[in-house]
Design a protein around this ligand. Structure first.
Ligand code: MSP
Length: 648
């Protein structure tokens, strides 16, 4: 059997964070498990390097775009090497082979009649050469970047006939109930498609950092839309449109994505594949998001968890175990050192580590480390049968991507082992001269540990290899077949004494994210200029229009408001700024406004300030107000505006 497993390809506009590590860990686990079963396996990851976003990020740093992409791509690649990720290929969308494959796909779609040329209409800023959606325009339809007036412009674009695939997609979802996991996400995708699909603009002429359309079109101002380019990596990596060397791995077995990019993978991607007459992947698994203190991680908030740092302090395999065990696949999870430490102490140190230490200790005392499974079935059939029932049922959890359930079940094998030791008390039997029985219990536990180590291998490869080595065997497809599929027991062997694998962790090992900067920002601005330390303001006190536009002020609608307990000044607000989720803003306005009076009203918010913590609560913006000796009043739009509308 052939298995092909992919991660999304990561944008090179920033370093890897813990969310990227999570997807990669899951994919690595699936790939390792597949190899353990003896399947031919191909595991792909890589970087997504085209598009305006990358071009601009490079420009900001004053670097040539390719050089910038090379650096960040290398940093992802190095991280996966440090983490011992077992990918067979690391694709870059700037690879020549990939570009050739993308152009071949474009030509095939054209030949199929699925691509046509038309016009893309929108608000265009000539100076910035950019289209802006209505919601981003400033008053009077001005450009949010340079402040100049925008014009409605039609840009020539090639379109993909997505609408044609509405029905085929729906039929496919209906017929393949396991195509999208978790199943709750399938409904979401289906109702989106049911709502109607518009054709997709798949080329751009407003920037050049992308794969040019095929030369046969004689239209070299067009580059491909970054998502068309990026999604095709899953087949160009196998040689699509090129040498086709590995196309035998297509269709992919599992394509892992975060929930935010599920639509691209569950709608556009299958439609592209249908257009290319290629089969669809067997399943798309959408995982949830890792948050920090319940907040979305982002560079601007300064709360991004660096996976390298966590791994350095806690060990990469402990982190892998934690991430997969802690959060049900598909749900969001909060990262905290405390939760990681708790998992390490209870699951790894107490349950697994202690059991291993006990076997080593008992075998040392009773049999000079010699273990023989000869009497295990005589005294412990029930325990062995129970363990086999658990181990045999694990694979379905993996197929459903329910990794936390997989691990939860697997841990029951350790419970069987610990219980057997308590119940059969080998130390009593030794005293009573019932040595065979005592040694059978020790051998039982050694066998349970060996079998569990095999099934834990894909999640903790090195740790389980050490356990196996102590128990006189190696984790390979052969031992998987023998110990798990054929339910065999270990041959007689001598235990290797190893130091405890999971020392307990008492205190957090890593400094918490720097919070100092979070405490600097006041809830409302003070009107006294002497209170502001704006070092960049020139002596004449004047700033340029560009400097002014560095501040993003937006209209927000207050959705919720409540008093902050023990504070006479603060109110905690939830404000809709037209983003995916409302912002929490803590404002010092309680003396002037009641919480209730604010709900449903609009305010003006400085939207690109570094978040601040006020009385331990995160504040993600600043509300504009004017204050003099008569009191304070909020600055609001005269008439209601759309949430998120720019002020300037
Ligand atoms: N380049 C696109 C993917 C193209 S695939 C053909 C992209 N890149 S990304 O770098 O922004 O994100 C890559 C993956 O990381 C996505 O699956 C995204 O969901 C995931 N995560 C980004 N932040 C995350 C968390 N905080 N938590 C978990 N995963 C998150 O999108």
């Amino acid at each position: 059997m052939k298995n092909y497993i992919t991660t999304p390809i990561y944008y090179v506009n920033g370093e890897a964070h813990i969310g990227h590590a999570y997807t990669t860990f899951i994919a690595d686990t699936l790939a390792r498990y597949s190899r353990l079963q003896g399947n031919e396996t191909y595991f792909l990851t890589g970087t997504d390097e085209h598009g305006q976003k990358i071009e601009e990020a490079a420009k900001k740093l004053g670097k040539p775009t390719q050089e910038f992409a090379d650096e960040i791509s290398a940093s992802f690649k190095n991280l996966w090497n440090e983490f011992d990720i077992s990918n067979d290929q690391f694709i870059r969308t700037t690879d020549v082979k990939h570009k050739i494959g993308v152009q071949a796909a474009f030509e095939k779609m054209m030949a199929k009649g699925d691509i046509y040329k038309d016009f893309y209409e929108g608000n265009y800023c000539v100076s910035c050469e950019t289209f802006f959606p209505e919601s981003q325009l400033m008053d009077g339809g001005c450009c949010p970047d340079c402040g100049r007036a925008t014009t409605i412009v039609k840009e020539e674009s090639y379109f993909f006939l997505l609408s044609k695939y509405e029905k085929p997609l729906m039929d496919y979802y209906e017929a393949h109930t396991d195509f999208i996991l978790p199943k709750s996400r399938r409904n979401e995708v289906m109702s989106f498609v049911k709502g109607g699909l518009h054709d997709l603009s798949v080329t751009r002429t407003s920037f050049s950092w992308g794969v040019p359309v095929p030369t046969s079109l004689n239209d070299d101002k067009h580059v491909m839309y970054v998502w068309l380019d990026a999604l095709l990596n899953y087949v160009t990596a196998l040689g699509y449109g090129n040498d086709e060397a590995k196309m035998g791995f297509w269709p992919a077995t599992t394509q892992l994505v975060g929930k935010d990019i599920l639509r691209f993978h569950a709608i556009y991607w299958p439609a592209f594949l249908m257009s290319l007459d290629l089969p669809l992947p067997k399943r798309i698994g959408a995982h949830g998001w890792w948050t920090r203190d319940g907040e979305k991680m982002s560079k601007s908030k300064g709360n991004v968890v660096d996976p390298r740092e966590v791994a350095q302090h806690y060990g990469v395999e402990n982190l892998r175990y934690f991430m997969m065990r802690e959060v049900p696949f598909g749900q969001d999870g909060d990262f905290s050192q405390r939760a990681l430490i708790d998992r390490m102490n209870s699951d790894l140190s107490n349950d697994l580590g202690n059991l291993l230490n006990r076997v080593i200790g008992m075998s040392e005392k009773y049999s000079d480390f010699a273990i023989d499974s000869v009497d295990v079935l005589k005294y412990h059939t029930k325990e062995i049968d129970d363990a086999h029932a658990i181990l045999g049922g694990l694979e379905t959890y993996l197929n459903d991507l329910q990794l936390h359930r997989y691990l939860e079940e697997l841990w029951k094998v350790f419970t069987i082992g610990n219980k057997a030791i308590e119940e059969h008390a080998p130390w009593v039997k030794i005293k009573e001269g019932r040595t065979d029985e005592a040694l059978a219990t020790v051998a039982l536990v050694a066998n349970l540990l060996a079998k569990a180590a095999v099934m834990l291998h894909a999640i903790m490869p090195k740790t389980t290899a050490t356990i196996a080595d102590a128990l006189g065997f190696e984790i390979t497809t052969k031992s998987y077949q023998a110990l798990i599929l054929n339910k065999e027991l270990l041959q007689a062997f001598t235990i290797k004494k190893i130091p405890p694998l999971f020392p307990r962790v008492e205190e957090p090992l890593m400094p918490e994210a720097p919070k100092a900067m979070l405490d600097e920002v006041p809830a409302v601005p003070t009107t006294k200029t002497e209170d502001k330390k704006v070092s960049t303001v020139p002596e004449d006190g004047l700033i340029t229009i560009d400097q002014f536009f560095q501040t993003s002020i937006k209209v927000g609608t207050v959705l919720e408001a409540e008093e902050v307990p023990k504070s006479s000044k603060l109110l905690k607000l939830k404000v809709d700024l037209g983003e995916e989720s409302p912002r929490q803003i803590v404002a010092g306005i309680r003396e002037y406004y009641s919480a209730q009076s604010l709900v449903g009203t609009q305010v003006c918010v400085v939207a690109n300030l570094k978040p601040a913590k006020l009385m331990g609560m995160l504040s993600e913006g600043m509300i504009l107000a004017a204050k003099d000796e008569d009191g304070l009043c909020l600055i609001r739009p005269e008439t209601s505006r759309k949430s998120g509308c720019s002020v300037g």
